[in-house]
Write a protein that binds this ligand. Sequence first.
Ligand code: ATP
Length: 581
Amino acid sequence: MTGETKFSVMVSLFEWIQKTKYSAKKRSKFRKFLDTFCKPEDYFSAIRLILPSLDRERGSYGLKESVLATCLVDALGLSKESPDALRLFNWRKGGAKTGVNAGNFSLVAFEVLQSRQVMSSAGLTIKELNDLLDRLALNENRADKTSVLSTLIKKTNAQEMKWIIMIILKDLKLGISEKSIFHEFHPDAEDLFNVTCDLKLVCEKLKDRSQRHKRQDIEVGKAVRPQLAMRVSDAQSAWKKLHVKEVVMECKFDGDRIQIHKNGGEIHYFSRCILDGEMLVWDSSSNRFAEFGSNQEIAKAARDGLDSHRQLCYVAFDILYVGDTSVIHQSLRERHDLLRKFVRPLKGRLEILVPDGGLNDRRLPGEPPCSLIAYNVNAVERFFEETVKNRDEGIILKDLGSKWEPSDRSGKWLKMKPEYIQATSDLDVLIIGGYYGSGRHGGEVAQFLVGLAERPAPNTFPRRFISFCRVGTGLSDDELAAVVTKLKPYFRKYEYPKKGPPSFYQVTNNSKERPDVWIESPEKSIILSITSDIRTISSEVFAAPYSLRFPRINRVRCDKPWHECLDVQSFIELVHSSNGT
Ligand code: ATP
């Protein structure tokens, strides 16, 4: 029977997965849950709770932390000035007096709920939970949302509610990738999701987990996950990567990636197609695309007819489906031919990006083309320089012989943006250790040892981090305190000579580099954006071959997961290109 699976079972699974360090164990636990505790009829109900950001079935909740705090305060009947309400409103600073959970809304909420909710589970099923979450998304006004939250609070204990809050915020912090979840569910699940973006369909079609599914191609009307570009830092490495391939260089337009699925209708002479491209704003008074950064506002004004010079313009750089067949398996060169054949451009409204003609013909005299075949590395360098001078966002290089693959970032497309190769640009590095401060920072960690990732194999997370530099300035006292508070539970003392650093970190034997505490494991850590005015220096103190002189923290990247840390190779390429070597 549907809907029997209890949410409390999932909560135990979540707690267990979150506490376990090893991904193989996380995966096998999840598999066991599916094998033993979850009925096939409940697969979708369960998996949509684990992968909330992939669930398109339910609309948006319209609840970020601050609104959620207000709704919870009302749902709990708290006065706005009460200590608990203030904890929720000031969640960034940490909930309790000790501030232990600073910056983690669900944990702060857990502290508040703990003293108010019953300890035992009331037996909420995942079916009931999903129904309530549907209501939460459907109800538009805040009072209605509050009433759903108060029902949820009545039907759960604090631990369950903590996870519900994470589900609402669409971030479970489980440390298990979406790829692993799909894989444990069914060997064909990821492929099927990539070409449908439909979690419900995936769970229903693959309900029989022992039965392989015929590989499905893309369809008109089903969103497909985009082909992605791999980042490179300079023309040399790009050229090396695309070695001996025929390459097209294109402008990287800074708009919004949009897929157009056309099914019938009267415009143009193709009846069914899927186009891949970028939505931009065309300025007819200057005959060029509007500067990046302002697209959204201009787009709104253009749509509402408030700006007569500017209008939305779609630049199709690829075609994925024509007539009644998918064409993603054809080469890019062939797909360019299809674009030319089936899409009739309309100036400033619908344009095509191909090496001959198309949008190139709209460039003003003196402007570089926006799509060009490259025959050597010098051509790539020239194209990049000219494009950047022309204030375009960067360039994309594409292997003309490659097929279009959903969700792939293996290097068929490469992107090069100017900010990656300036010495003064921000570097996103991971905190791996901390040094105690003195004076007003006495007794607390006040500086950090940061690391770069060892470049991981494609589609995997980095496993090792190489010590890179020591950084302490740049943050306000409050910002520093929030980072330290957040990391404190994961500080591990370094006791020389008994205990070395955790095995994920590579360091030298230099004593200057030894932090007072290590971060227990990289997944628990935080990314910092750091800058440096002065050139990089060859490093003898730290394990990475270069370090920074006078580094400073620019900001704390709470929005970036640990595994998106800059890797050593990219950093070295960046140093070489900015030193002109
Ligand atoms: P970024 O923040 O650098 O745009 P991203 O993570 O959104 O990166 P990537 O796959 O790394 O996406 O970069 C490709 C993106 O660049 C596409 O999603 C698309 O929106 C944009 N883009 C602009 N011009 C082109 C082009 N000519 N060909 C392909 N993608 C392009």
